[in-house]
Design a protein around this ligand. Structure first.
Ligand code: IMP
Length: 425
């Protein structure tokens, strides 16, 4: 029995979707356990490009079940739009999609509140995706203003709850922002009741379902969204997302204990990217950074924002691998580095005159970190058609060895392009 986890080790966008898609063949159920429609996966499957946001990648394969677990925050409107879009591409979505009745619901006031808060932070904005993720998780933790998917099917309490919450949000947001237009609680309650009707057959107790599947010997694949360095507890706080985006989120977000997992695959790009605010020690604000952005198409799947690009940060990625408990590494987008004369790997930071190989816990220390680099020769060869590690130029193999050495974990997957075939296992 295989219970596999695929988790990002950097600041998200590590191309996890491709690895999940490759591994789906060997699994029965693919589970998202945290985040929401802030995530964006581009998966090229059978020559077709799919852009997924909330739907687990497993939805693309026939005879697989895709589960959205209790730890996910669900915007039902955008989920239904995503379902419609993917269906138009020929994907069947019916009883193969299960949503946890414990998952919390994103409402219009979550987006409105986020817009006001980000505006108030001005120069120090987190640079969120504006999908109401953090504000929904805040209400979940606060409990009194939260609505779960299961609540949408309890008609007596549901409307009253929406009215109370929207009245509260209208008061707070009007006080914070003079331009705020009050939201209509009745209209929202009716709109969301409509979404609930459309999703009724998909909303179940997924925790029970997953435990029954485990007991029946099914193979489970956990699909992390974002990356370990954006983890709410262990990432570069406050420039993080509002969920446990490291593998720490698997247990709480699915109800499946971590001891059930048989393999933890950590996914990292051959370089580093970051979207939104926050310190980024190896960032390249120069022609090389722009080259990586252009060749790697480093623009956000969800927001279209240009991603910040930099050298591979071994300190940050090793930390991500440590908190996620990784067994093996997948190195993605190696081909993007092919035309460079030399390539750097950050092995340590100098912070206020002290050298360290540890990722700092305070964001101000991270902001002070000066990367200490190991410089390796580039290979200047197109590697996108290569299918075996032994085919790669010596310099590219030396680079992979250096990545593995700095992280302290073997590399078992190397990706040299978006297609399934462009993968060395
Ligand atoms: P939020 O998740 O929308 O609250 O955004 C918080 C931070 O996480 C911002 O810096 C976002 O750019 C970042 N973020 C959220 N989702 C993703 C993702 O899927 N990939 C990369 N960064 C993300």
């Amino acid at each position: 029995m295989a219970v596999t986890s695929v988790v990002g080790l950097q600041w998200g966008d590590e191309a996890k979707g491709k690895i999940v898609d490759l591994l789906t063949d060997q699994h029965d159920i693919v589970i998202r356990y945290q985040g929401g429609n802030n995530a964006g996966h581009t998966v090229v499957s059978g020559g077709t490009k799919y852009k997924l946001s909330l739907l687990p990648t497993g939805i693309l394969r026939p005879n697989k079940v895709a589960v959205i677990g209790a730890g996910v925050v669900v915007n039902p409107k955008s989920l239904l739009e995503e379902i419609a879009r993917v269906r138009l591409q020929g994907v069947e979505i019916g009883s193969n999609l299960l949503l946890s009745d414990r998952a919390h619901v994103i409402f219009p006031h979550h987006m409105a509140e986020e817009a006001v808060l980000e505006q108030l932070r001005k120069g120090e904005a987190i640079g969120t995706t504006m999908r109401g993720i953090g504000t929904c998780y805040r209400d979940k933790i606060g409990r009194t203003h939260a609505i779960r998917l299961g609540d949408l099917y309890h008609s007596t309490s549901y409307r009253k709850k929406v009215e109370e919450i929207v009245a509260f949000k209208n008061t707070v947001l009007a006080a914070l922002s003079p331009n705020f237009q009050p939201l209509d609680a009745g209209a929202i309650a009716t709109e969301y009741a409509g979404y609930a009707e459309q999703l009724a057959s998909n909303v179940v107790d997924t925790t029970r379902y997953l435990h029954q599947a485990l007991a029946a010997g099914k193979n489970l694949l956990f699909e992390g969204a974002q990356g370990s360095l954006l983890d709410i507890d262990h990432g570069s706080f406050p420039y993080v997302t509002s969920s446990n985006s490291s593998s720490c989120g698997i247990h709480s977000g699915s109800g499946i204990p971590e001891r059930a997992i048989t393999k933890m695959i950590g996914v990292a790009k051959a370089y580093t990217t970051r979207v939104g605010g926050g310190p980024f020690p190896t960032e390249l604000n120069d022609a090389i950074g722009q080259h990586i952005r252009d060749v790697g198409h480093e623009y956000g799947t969800v927001t279209g924002r240009p991603r910040r690009c930099g050298w591979f940060d071994g300190v940050a990625t090793r930390y991500g691998a440590m908190i996620s408990g990784i067994d093996t590494l997948a190195v993605m987008l190696l081909d993007v580095l092919s035309q460079l004369d030399e390539i750097k790997i950050c092995e340590a930071y100098d912070i206020n005159g002290e050298r360290t190989t540890h990722f700092p816990s305070h964001v101000e220390d991270l902001a002070q970190a000066q990367p200490v680099y190991r410089t390796l020769p580039g290979w200047k060869t197109d590697i996108t058609h290569m299918r075996k590690v032994s085919d790669l130029p010596r310099e590219a193999r030396a680079y992979l060895d250096a990545v593995s050495e700095v992280i302290g974990i073997p590399v078992s997957i190397v990706s040299v392009g978006p297609d399934r075939e462009q993968t060395m296992m």
